[in-house]
Design a protein around this ligand. Structure first.
Ligand SMILES: [Zn+2]
Length: 348
């Protein structure tokens, strides 16, 4: 969530493609963008030329506007050739949103990890008019601001079904260690965790391309959160493990095509920045919890800036991830406070 200076990174393209257009980033590889109605206002998608068809990577939110832009892209840069395969890097709605639409309207085959598919389909089917009791209990346990919690109790929560097209049965599984061919290249599949479980990334064996989704981003750090789905998840630990594993295969000349912001080179530097930033955040947090604090009281040491209403939810799940990591690593204790919040304190 934090913007960082791009030290040691290079961005070969200063500007992203305009809406409805594509930028060729390598032979047969097109970079396009779709809008998002949030602070992070865009998602990158890619199309890889198969000769008489396309493989696309990620799909944007399901909305009338995004579908219209897809149709403009299909008639324009995609030259009217069919999209026969859609690869989804991870289950978040800005990536999976229109996968089901590409399957059912255009007959595309969906390829993704098993976890990404199960999560996408489960969350899309699990429509809620108000937050579930488990979600409210989870917010309480995180020490959510009481005013925010009072509003959330009665509001329609964020629903996958509102921004993800219905997903038909059936997908093709991608997994760690597989080799897949698309866009005239062979790609090693490496799955990462932390931002999303079993997030697929693709490493070309034939040139310098890495399709990274949100596992590795250039100027923002991927949101790493804990949710009511799995309250005892340790995504910080998972994410650090992935970064360290990827550092073993990253090269400075890799051209990283991510889910947001600009393509970049300098991947080994970026991975060590991301790792260092999280270790830095964890040690600031550890210093801060010399007296017991709930996750919702830990924004200052973690984010070092004020958190607006629009970011509150993401900030809270990220704060839970960090304090819970300290707890699960044995560096902090936690006790249940009278208001239902877990409060965390550094071990002496
Ligand atoms: Zn994303």
């Amino acid at each position: 969530m934090k913007d960082q200076p791009p030290q040691g990174l290079r961005y070969p393209w200063e500007n992203p493609p305009e809406e409805g257009t594509a930028t060729q980033v390598a032979p047969g590889v097109l970079w396009m963008r779709l809008p998002l109605p949030m602070k992070l206002d865009h998602v990158n998608i890619y199309a890889l030329d198969e000769g008489d068809s396309w493989t696309v990577v990620d799909t944007g939110f399901a909305s009338r506007r995004t579908k219209a832009i897809w149709r403009t892209l299909m008639d324009g840069p995609l030259q009217g050739k069919p999209i026969t395969r859609v690869i989804v890097t991870h289950h978040h709605p800005d990536h999976v949103g229109l996968a089901g639409w590409l399957q059912s309207e255009f007959g595309a085959e969906l390829l993704t990890t098993r976890t990404a598919w199960l999560f996408s389909r489960m969350l899309t089917l699990d429509e809620q008019a108000v937050p579930s009791d488990e979600s409210i209990a989870f917010y309480q346990s995180a020490g959510m601001d009481p005013e925010v919690l009072a509003r959330r109790r009665v509001e329609r929560p964020f629903n996958f079904a509102d921004v993800v097209a219905p997903m038909p049965l059936g997908f093709t599984r991608l997994k760690q260690g597989d080799v897949i061919e698309f866009g005239g290249r062979q790609w090693d599949i490496h799955t990462g965790n932390g931002h999303a479980p079993e997030h697929a990334t693709f490493w070309s064996r034939d040139d310098n391309l890495v399709i990274a989704g949100d596992q590795i981003l250039p100027s923002i750090s991927p949101n790493i959160g804990v949710y009511a789905t799995e309250p005892m998840a340790d995504p910080i630990g998972d994410w650090l493990e992935s970064c360290e594993r990827f550092a073993g295969i990253a090269r400075p000349d890799h051209l990283v095509l991510g889910g947001h912001k600009l393509p970049f080179t300098g991947l080994p530097m970026r991975l060590s920045q991301l790792i260092d930033n999280h270790h830095g955040a964890l040690s600031r947090l550890l210093a801060f919890i010399d007296t017991p604090k709930a996750a919702g009281e830990c924004f200052a040491p973690l984010f070092k800036r004020s958190i607006g209403d629009g970011e509150y939810g993401l900030a809270l799940v990220e704060a839970v991830a960090h304090v819970s990591h300290l707890y699960q690593s044995g560096l902090a204790t936690r006790t249940l406070r009278g208001d239902g919040a877990w409060v965390y304190q550094r071990k002496e």
